[in-house]
Design a protein around this ligand. Structure first.
Ligand SMILES: [Zn+2]
Length: 448
């Protein structure tokens, strides 16, 4: 090989190296998927099973049930849960408690409500919070098959609803705690879900009042049933509920979860349901959505209504291996969000979307990004038909904070932009949304 050829080869490989370093190409993304796969491989069915058994063992976890006994009722379950979180090094465990006086509806006596929060601190300078949650309380009908809310110590094992979610929460906390994350994660076991989403409502309000930057809320509620009462069986899909409209931050979070989880765990399907929740039912993601935070709900593909809220909701009637699969899906999404860069800002301080028509007929997209540029591989611009459920096109935009799509109408498409880190993980996609038009007010007098 001649001297100039060697030099050429060196320059070429250097250029290739720089390109792979600076562009979110496939090599970089593969790095991200590998990292997530390693974490997902650690999910243990045995751990999940043990947690569900322990929680079911307290007989009832009704919010208003026995508080003082050692092995019975919500108080015992709460103390067990705090200990389980405290066993995990690297987490700060917070008892988020409230006093609730007897009031209408299902709060038939004075009570205390305690959300248990385990915090994994992230290293980003500007605080970013991701909330993953399940509820540890239960409820069940009495022997006559009807709800009697004053019947507070009636048996309510709640293995699937929602010990399955709490078990997943503990398992994810164990796996993520030793890792370095950018975002701070709040692993939360809520109480009072069955009395009307009380714990999550109070926590969501607190986050809003404190001006917290909550980027995503992932709720796991009933994630281990595979057989419906009509005989239908589904063990390879999970439903993810997200509220309208189609360009809402919650919907975009759902799309993100599907994209990431199916990359990492291809044998499992994330079935996006474009609806806030099931008819007549509620979930702990909703109070957060009402406060303006993006939130979604994970629930099994097939429900068994005859088991729910009854003494039959026990570990024998659920599939732990299916629950472990759902845990893998949530874990992959959560870790990708927490270790990925923050999402770009696509609106001005005043809330105006940062897009224009360029020379008159183009789509000129601009954004601001306040993450660490040293860890930035580049930005990705997404595009889809306004009616489309998923993104259709993706363009690599390099590290500039703008991108021009020549002769593309900004009115006829939905656009979004994400940031990709050098670790191969991607942020949520920020969507350019049409700001709501306010009704104009004029001074006038009607002519009679
Ligand atoms: Zn539930």
């Amino acid at each position: 090989m001649k001297k100039h050829q060697i030099l050429g080869t060196i320059l070429l490989s250097l250029a290739f190296f720089l390109v792979t370093l600076n562009l979110p190409g496939q090599e970089v993304e593969a790095r991200g998927v590998e990292f997530l796969k390693k974490a997902v491989d650690q999910v243990s069915e045995q751990n999940i099973m043990a947690s569900i058994k322990s929680l079911q063992g307290f007989k009832t976890r009704n919010l208003l049930s026995e508080q003082k006994a050692d092995h019975f009722g919500l108080g015992a379950a709460r103390r067990w849960l705090i200990k389980e979180f405290q066993k995990i090094p690297g987490l700060e465990v917070v008892d988020d408690g409230y006093r609730l006086p007897k009031q209408g509806g299902r709060i038939v006596q004075d009570t205390e409500l305690h959300n248990i929060v385990a915090i994994k601190k992230g290293k980003a300078t500007r605080e970013r919070i991701i909330i993953v949650n399940a509820h540890y309380d239960t409820i069940a009908v009495s022997k006559d098959g009807k709800f009697h809310y004053e019947d507070v110590n009636t048996e309510a094992p709640g293995a699937n609803d929602d010990a399955s979610g709490v078990a997943a929460l503990l398992e994810m906390a164990r796996i993520i705690a030793p890792l370095e994350t950018e975002a701070t994660i709040h692993f939360i076991a809520f109480a009072g879900e069955e009395q009307g989403l009380i714990g999550s409502t109070l926590y969501a309000r607190k986050m809003k009042q404190q001006g917290k930057n909550v980027e995503a809320v992932l709720t796991m509620d009933m994630i281990s049933n595979i057989k419906a009462g009509n005989g239908y069986i589904d063990s390879t899909r999970v439903r993810v509920f997200s509220d309208d409209p189609n360009d809402s931050p919650s919907r975009e979070l759902a799309r993100y979860v599907k994209r990431v989880a199916e990359q990492v765990y291809p044998s499992f399907e994330v079935n996006l349901i474009y609806r806030a929740d099931r008819f007549g039912r509620g979930g702990d993601h909703t109070p957060f959505v009402l406060e303006g935070f993006p939130g979604i709900r994970f629930t099994e593909a097939r429900e068994n209504y005859s088991v729910q809220h009854s003494t039959l909701d026990t570990i024998e009637n659920l599939s732990v291996s299916y629950g472990a699969d759902v845990t893998r899906v949530v874990l992959a999404s959560l870790l990708s969000l927490a270790c990925g860069p923050e999402a770009p800002q696509v609106t001005s301080e005043r809330g105006t979307p940062l897009l224009g028509r360029g020379q008159g007929y183009d789509a000129e997209l601009r954004w601001k990004w306040s993450g660490n540029r040293g860890n930035l591989a580049g930005f990705k611009v997404y595009m889809k038909d306004t009616r489309s459920p998923y993104w259709e096109r993706v363009y690599f935009a390099g590290t500039n904070e703008s991108f021009l799509l020549k002769n593309v109408s900004i009115d006829d498409w939905t656009f979004g932009v994400s940031a990709v880190g050098t670790n191969g993980l991607e942020s949520l996609v920020s969507i350019y949304r049409m700001p709501p038009r306010r009704r104009a007010e004029y001074t006038f007098e009607e002519i009679k």
